[in-house]
Design a protein around this ligand. Structure first.
Ligand code: CA
Length: 226
């Protein structure tokens, strides 16, 4: 079970990391909003613990972005005492539960276990952007209600771009993370370009709105806006 903890207070973050690891969870700790935002979007976690008050992207912003993308992993918010507004906003943004600081670790653990039990019953893993929807369980890509006939590699490529939607993805990142060709960077650019070209044909050509953009000199961007 992978848990992402986004907490800028060093002591609290470390305590959560150590405590949850001791309970057998695989814990990733992010200590800034930016780092948390990036990790939450780039990787898959079974559960997220988000502090609301963070420098940079705050917890609610991270949560709202994840839910907009269709990520359904349970989210537990950590809020300040009496910050009722945060809890209301959190619920609206798609939080599953919240805990008021300061809290006892056993209480956090109980909440996490309850959320993970609940999550397993109705786990649907889908990634979304505009009218594009990727079902990671069925490995099926739909756009505007039409099934996209993607190869295995094209699906993996699209999944990676969707996880990083709104951010430029370089050819090096694709070679390393999709093709697992970390050492052949550079000579691999043509292979990446050919596959991106094929994916674009299936993903964008039949539709009015372009989603896959080339950013000259940098790489590719999956976004509703060019
Ligand atoms: Ca904080």
């Amino acid at each position: 079970m992978r848990i992402l903890v986004v907490e800028d207070e060093r002591k609290v973050g470390r305590a959560l990391e150590t405590g949850l690891a001791a309970e057998g969870f695989e814990v990733t700790l992010a200590q800034t909003g930016e780092e948390g935002f990036y990790l939450a979007n780039a990787q898959t976690f079974d559960l997220l613990v988000l502090d609301v008050m963070l420098p940079g992207h705050d917890g609610l912003e991270i949560l709202a972005t994840l839910r907009k993308r269709g990520v359904q992993s349970p989210v537990l918010l950590l809020t300040a005492r009496d910050a009722l507004e945060d809890r209301v906003l959190g619920r609206d943004a798609g939080a599953d539960d919240y805990l008021v600081k300061p809290f006892a670790f056993v209480e956090l653990l109980a909440r996490i276990r309850a959320l993970l039990r609940r999550g397993r019953l109705d786990q649907v893993i889908k990634l979304k952007l505009a009218d594009l929807e990727l079902d990671l369980v069925l490995r099926r890509a739909m756009r505007g209600g039409q099934l996209l006939p993607l190869t295995v590699r094209e699906f993996d490529l699209l999944e990676y771009l969707l996880r990083n939607q709104g951010h430029v993805v370089s050819r090096e990142m694709l070679a390393r993370d999709v093709w697992k060709e970390g050492d052949r960077v550079g000579s691999f650019d043509n292979v990446v370009d050919v596959h991106v070209g094929r994916l674009r044909k299936k993903l964008d050509e039949p539709f009015r709105l372009r989603l896959l953009h080339t950013v000259r000199g940098l790489g590719f961007l999956l976004s509703e806006q060019p």
